[in-house]
Structure formats: C-alpha cells, structure tokens
Design a protein around this ligand. Structure first.
Ligand SMILES: NC(=O)c1ccc[n+]([C@@H]2O[C@H](COP(=O)([O-])OP(=O)(O)OC[C@H]3O[C@@H](n4cnc5c(N)ncnc54)[C@H](OP(=O)(O)O)[C@@H]3O)[C@@H](O)[C@H]2O)c1
Length: 336
C-alpha cells in the first residue's frame, strides 16, 4: 500500500512524503478497508511535529479520518455488521494511506447518496457538534445560538444542527468569504469577530438586546462571549483553536447565571456508549431528511496522498473552510 509514514518528527507538513509499504494484515477482529478519501484535522499538524497529546511509537501513519470500501471482514467474527463491498467511514490513526485495518466500533455506514469526500470528514466534527448542542446544551426552538469559527469543521456542523432544532444562528468567522459559507449552510447572521465591538453587534441581533442563550466556542473566546450571553446562558467549551487556554472572569459567570459546559467527544464512547448511539441515530435522521449536508471544502481539489502536505498547509494557515479532504486513488487509478 501507499501511505504517509512518520519515522521521525517533522517541522511541518511540507516535509511529509508518500512511501510504498507492505499491505497491512488485519487481526481476527479487524476489517480491511480500502481508503477512497481522507480528511484532515488540526491535530494532524500537531502530531507530525510531536506536539499532540497522543503520539504513537515510531513508525506510524499520519491521518485519522477516512471513508472507503470494506475489502475483507474480520475472520474471528461470524456475524460482522458490514460485508465486503460496503461503503463505510471511520476514525483511526493511519488514514493517510490506501488501506487501513480497523475494528467494527470505529466504523459507520456511509449514508445513501453521500460521496466518499463528504463522508470522510463526518466521524469527529458532526457528533461533537450534535453532542454539544443537543445532548449537553439542550438547544430548542427559538434559542439564539452564537457559533464561533462557524465556517470551520465543527462550526459548519453546529450551524446545521442548531438550525434543525429551530434556533436562530449568529455565526462568527474571520473573513467575508467564511461568513458567506456559514450563511450558505443556514446561519441567519454573520459577524466578523476580528472587528472591534462584535459582541455589541451580537446583542443587537437578540430580542431586547438580551444576548444569546447558547455560545458554541471552538476557539477560546469565553471571556469576550460573556459580554453577549443572556441570563441563564450556556457556553459550550469545544476547543482552543486560537491556542491559549483562557482564564475566565468567574464574576461574570456568577452575575448572569451562566453555565460553562465542557464537551469531550472522544470520551463519550468510553463513558457513555449508549449516548453515542443516540447521537449517531439523531445525526443519521438529519441526514435522511436532507437537513445535514457534507462540509467538504470545495474551492480546490486535493487528489492523491501527495497532496496531503498542501491540504494540511491550507488548514494550518486558516485558508480553508469546512473539512479539507483528500481523494485517495486506489491501485490502478493513480500512483500519487
Ligand atoms: N471537544 C471535542 O471533543 C472536540 C472535537 C473536535 C474538535 N475539537 C476542537 O475544536 C477546534 C476546532 O476544530 P475544527 O475541526 O472545527 O477546526 P478547523 O476546521 O481548523 O476550524 C478552526 C477555526 O478556528 C478559527 N481560528 C481562530 N483562531 C485560530 C487560530 N489562531 N488558528 C487556527 N484557527 C483559528 C478559524 O476560523 P477563522 O479563520 O474564521 O477565524 C478556523 O477555521 C479545535 O481546537 C479542535 O481541537 C474539539
């Protein structure tokens, strides 16, 4: 198979290269999946530099999200959920490759009508945003929801989910292009959060200027968001894309009855597997109803594993929106 193998840490994605490796051998509990598309994540950039919380022992294959076709089922499982030829998506270390060996609980079926490109980026962002807004914050009709970095991976998923549940969505992002993208996915309003006074603009969009009921924050903007959060508001702590872990002015949290609500999607599988299933069935319902569409970045095509450095570079520079996904040609299609 071909893969982006890491034998030592690199300074940046431009140093990544594609290698020819032996085909992987699935264990009795693993499927062999031929990867047709792989999605990028910001943590890939940290991991290749040795700066992520999870660093596999060398050598390892980069990438963590994929979509593809089942080549073989687990030899030790007499009633596998998927059969050879089924289209699946999943999340596991080793996605920048033409093949991957993977356990059943890391896979989900590609919804009818979905492309590999759109399905490859589903496994992490969509359930994160659903778990946050629905399971943790109880979003409901009429809520005003402020979604930061709304054109990012979790952001575009959050916009669609909040709209489905009848909320008014105020999107923030760092450019006019990104605000247009957020609106094209359903956001009611768009505000550039790089401009001074954005909090006042948010307040003015809410009834009597009371502020928003829910803040969805993947950036690290709790302190500023408290200025435009309503009484009894909830602030969802999703991530720290801006880099810093904030120290929050707790007096403001107290004065407005605000709840700070954490969300760690990766641990749901371990702590509450039954809730994980509820979240996925909720999401598949949205997809069946045509209310949740793929968020793959479409301004540029990335074809072949050799385009991973360029794709990761764009992600790192904030030049992209949604999920940046690479098409992975199989043998006979291309050697890229
Ligand atoms: N809690 C969980 O379980 C969970 C699950 C998935 C992801 N996350 C976290 O959520 C965050 C967002 O993930 P994502 O997949 O949506 O990422 P993404 O697609 O890369 O989007 C992140 C967005 O953050 C904004 N941003 C603001 N300051 C930034 C900076 N200094 N550097 C880079 N981006 C910056 C950018 O939008 P603008 O250019 O518009 O400012 C960018 O588009 C990450 O921190 C990720 O680790 C958490």
């Amino acid at each position: 198979m071909r893969a982006i193998q890491i034998k030592e840490y690199v300074k940046g994605p431009q140093e990544l290269t594609v290698s020819n490796l032996p085909d992987p051998e699935p264990s009795p509990s693993q499927y062999l999946v031929a990867i047709h598309a792989a999605a990028t994540n910001f943590f890939d950039l940290l991991q290749i530099r040795g700066k992520y919380q999870h660093q596999p022992p060398f050598p390892w294959i980069s990438g963590s999200e994929f979509a593809g076709v089942v080549r073989s089922t687990p030899s030790g499982n007499s009633s596998p959920l998927y059969k050879a030829g089924d289209r699946v998506f999943g999340a596991l270390q080793g996605a920048y490759a033409t093949h991957i060996c993977v356990e059943e609980d890391r896979l989900r079926p590609i919804p009818p009508g979905w492309t590999f490109l759109d399905a490859a980026g589903l496994m992490i962002t969509a359930p994160t945003s659903y778990a946050a807004l629905v399971t943790r914050a109880g979003v409901k009709e009429g809520d005003y929801v402020l979604i930061h970095a709304a054109a990012g991976g979790v952001g575009l998923a959050a916009v669609q989910i909040a709209k489905y549940f009848g909320a008014k969505v105020i999107a923030t992002a760092g450019s006019a292009r990104k605000l247009d993208v957020a609106k094209s996915f359903g956001a009611d309003h768009g505000i550039d959060y790089n401009q001074k006074g954005w909090e006042d603009k948010v307040k003015r969009l809410t009834p009597r200027g009371r502020g928003v009921d829910i803040v969805f924050d993947p950036v690290g903007m709790v302190n500023t968001s408290l200025k435009c959060t309503a009484w009894n508001g909830r602030i969802l702590i999703i991530g720290f894309a801006a880099g810093d872990i904030e120290k929050v002015a707790m007096n403001k949290v107290l004065l407005k009855n605000v709840s700070l609500v954490g969300l760690h999607w990766g641990r749901f599988l371990v702590e509450e597997p039954q809730v994980t299933e509820q979240i996925w069935s909720g999401l598949f319902k949205l997809m069946q109803e045509g209310k949740f569409k793929g968020t793959a970045y479409t301004d540029k095509d990335f074809v072949g594993l050799a385009s991973v450095p360029e794709a990761l570079g764009m992600l790192g520079r904030r030049d992209s929106w949604g999920k940046v996904v690479i098409t992975v040609p199989q043998d006979g299609q291309s050697k890229l």
